[in-house]
Design a protein around this ligand. Structure first.
Ligand code: PMP
Length: 283
């Protein structure tokens, strides 16, 4: 049984409670972060902490605990639950108030944290690669804020699974924004890694940022540019990145093979470099 953190207390998971008036529950008025854990240590923690601050700022919500306390709580979650490999999930909600579209400026933000065990390094899909399909991106227009409003992506991923697929790529105005819960990257005909530039259309992924800096540090050609559906269709390699999947190859899109239909060499190299760097800098 896990020990979870709810508004200042560590409790067994069955005893964890949130008010039915919590605005995270009623309005999806909440933001979250997910950091991977390897060997009991946090991967890319500073990036996740910084993005949490930005998400809260964008919604005019206060940070419920200090930066220092937040890191201590992460470590405590890992320690109490003896997590070796997995993730720490945290959610900050606006808090409880009688249901009203108007946000009460006096509402007190709440904080919930829990852990999940997960095989993050030895993921069998790494060797096989993912099969995906493209769907219209019908999410709200502030996807740069990491809110818990994940319904559309969740519905699309479930639909894809029913069709025997692993994920979806979201397309808006002829360009790919990202996957349901990961950033998109392609390797073009010249061998350049191309990833969509940051905007309100997609989440500024922490893994995406690390992948870009690893590419630059290792003299791998890289460019931030929009990825049209035509560029996607002619890509040599396609991969997606997220905190808990790291770098994952995509080998089939809309029933057509990407390149040779197997994980490509640049994707494999990037995954190795990412894991090596993350483990060396884990906190
Ligand atoms: N895009 C979306 C929509 C996501 O949900 C996620 C992961 N939560 C990402 C991208 C990847 O971000 P990160 O690398 O910070 O996990």
């Amino acid at each position: 049984m896990r020990s979870v953190y709810v508004n200042g207390k560590w409790v067994p998971e069955q005893e964890a409670e949130i008010s039915v008036f919590d605005r995270g529950f009623l309005f999806a008025d909440a933001v979250y972060e997910v950091a991977a854990v390897i060997g009991g240590k946090l991967i890319d923690y500073p990036g996740h902490a910084t993005r949490l601050g930005r998400s809260l700022h964008e919604l005019g919500m206060a940070m419920p605990v200090s930066e220092h306390e937040m890191l201590d709580l992460h470590r405590e979650a890992i320690r109490r639950n003896e997590v070796v490999e997995g993730l720490v999930y945290l959610q900050v909600t606006r808090g409880a108030a009688d249901r009203d579209f108007l946000i009460d400026p006096a509402s007190k933000p709440g904080l919930v944290m829990f852990t999940q065990e997960k095989q993050v390094t030895a993921n069998p899909k790494v060797e096989i690669g993912l099969k995906v399909k493209c769907v219209p991106d019908l999410r709200w227009a502030r996807r740069d804020i990491k809110t818990v409003q994940l319904l559309y992506s969740s519905l699309m991923k479930t639909e894809a699974a029913r069709e025997g697929l692993d994920d979806v790529l979201l397309v808006e105005d002829g360009v790919v924004t990202e996957a349901s819960s990961a950033n998109l990257h392609i390797v073009d005909a010249d061998g350049t890694i191309v990833t969509p530039p940051l905007s309100r259309a997609l989440l500024p992924g922490i893994t995406r940022g690390s992948v870009l800096s690893i590419a630059r540090d290792n003299a791998m050609p890289v460019r931030e540019d929009t990825v049209s559906t035509a560029a996607l269709a002619s890509a040599r390699e396609v991969f997606i990145t997220s905190a808990t999947s790291f770098v994952m190859p995509v080998v089939e899109i809309d029933g057509r093979s990407v390149g040779e239909g197997v994980p490509g060499p640049i994707t494999r190299r990037m995954r190795e470099l990412y894991i090596a760097k993350s483990m060396a800098t884990a906190t």
